[in-house]
Design a protein around this ligand. Sequence first.
Ligand SMILES: *[C@@H]1O[C@H](CO)[C@@H](O)[C@H](O)[C@H]1NC(C)=O
Ligand SMILES: *[C@@H]1O[C@H](CO)[C@@H](O)[C@H](O)[C@H]1NC(C)=O
Length: 440
Amino acid sequence: MTPSQTLITLFIFSILSFSHATTAPPKLPKPKAIHLPIRKNQTTSQYYTTFVSGHPESPTIIDALIDLGSPSVWFDCTSYVSSSYNRIACGSSKCKKAKGSFSCLTCDSTPRPGCSNNAYGIFVYNPNPNYLTIQELGEDTITVYSTDGAYVWFSYDAPKFQFACADSVTADGLPGHNTKGLVGLARNENSLPSQLSSYFKLAKKFTLCLPSSSENGLGDIFIGGGPYYMLPSIEDQSLSLVTTPLVFNPNGPRLLSDGELSYQYFINLKNIEISGKHVAFSPSLLSFDINGVGGTKISTTIPYTILHSSIYKSLVQDFIKESSLKKIKRVQSVAPFGACFDSKTAPNTITGPAVPNIDLVLEGSNVRMRLYGANSMVEAKKNVICLAFIDGGVEPTTSIVLGGHQLENYVLEFDLTASTLGLSSSLLLKNTSCSHSRVY
Ligand SMILES: *[C@@H]1O[C@H](CO)[C@@H](O)[C@H](O)[C@H]1NC(C)=O
Ligand SMILES: *[C@@H]1O[C@H](CO)[C@@H](O)[C@H](O)[C@H]1NC(C)=O
């Protein structure tokens, strides 16, 4: 063949393949990562996501509370209609894998999702009224979106996704009138990221970017790893994360199974510094005792970090001292906060009010999470900003529970294979945030 014949052959071939492509629907490429949005309810300071569940012809949009500490996905099935829903039968291999309860459920009324016979029951937890119950395990197709780290692209079906089809009582107390379920992100096989990573054959990692407000853009759950673009910054945030080990609480909550590791996310906080100076408290509070008491946990359902009383008292005292050196005027406290200031004496900067920095020093070489004013302070009323930490009393199970306000506008990458937490510096320093539109 001469070069021109080759060209013609190629040309004809491309016409043929093009006409073929117009008759059959194009096959989508395998997604490199999955994205779910995060909204924040300002009244309750809770974060929730949205996904679509059910047969494509009768899809139901589900708003669900995000809970790092919960092992399952569940929603109120009272009005859920889907022809592709199946309950998981008692004694099946899927039951064993789900590691739920030892219960087999029956239902007397008209069968529907959530009211089946011979249905396997799993534990379902609602953190708001602190309610634990056993509900029907089922599976159905959910629809999620792929991402390139900057925009969301195509929708993909994830069939046989497992969740609990719960009764309406279980969903009572969830924040927001539309939130009717919960998305568990814990480190077990049935959590949302584990199921999606496994179905789409993605890396076993997920990433949170919690927004301080979702009025002008939404936050992110990325499943499967980076890149992570936080426009207008053109930097890939996955390249500049520092990492600290995710540690196991020897006696933390676990699923029913021998030798199972606890499923919540603990990190090894080594000390706290304010303006570079150590906050004094007993180091033993930072490790676990034989009953699993102590240590540091990350939570998305607690709005403000809760500290063991003795850590709290030192932190407040040292913060007041360092603030007075900066001529920040103290005013009467607004409950539940212990130290409040006149915001006019702490001028606003790109990272929030100009108050002393609080560094959380973590295991690893020079790993610290630096909290600036935007994350350490909260506006309690007009012209009054308060140190946004809560006194957890003298006998909390966990000494430090890092809460949502302190995690906002950071990239937090949970790598379940390496068992590490990857952490960015505050996105506010880079003139960006966790609030974005990712619709191309
Ligand atoms: C936020 O939560 C409150 C309390 O549950 C609810 O009344 C309100 O409607 C929610 N806001 C939105 C935008 O969902
Ligand atoms: C941050 O962004 C604002 C508005 O987009 C711009 O005016 C400002 O110059 C930027 N600052 C830095 C430090 O990049």
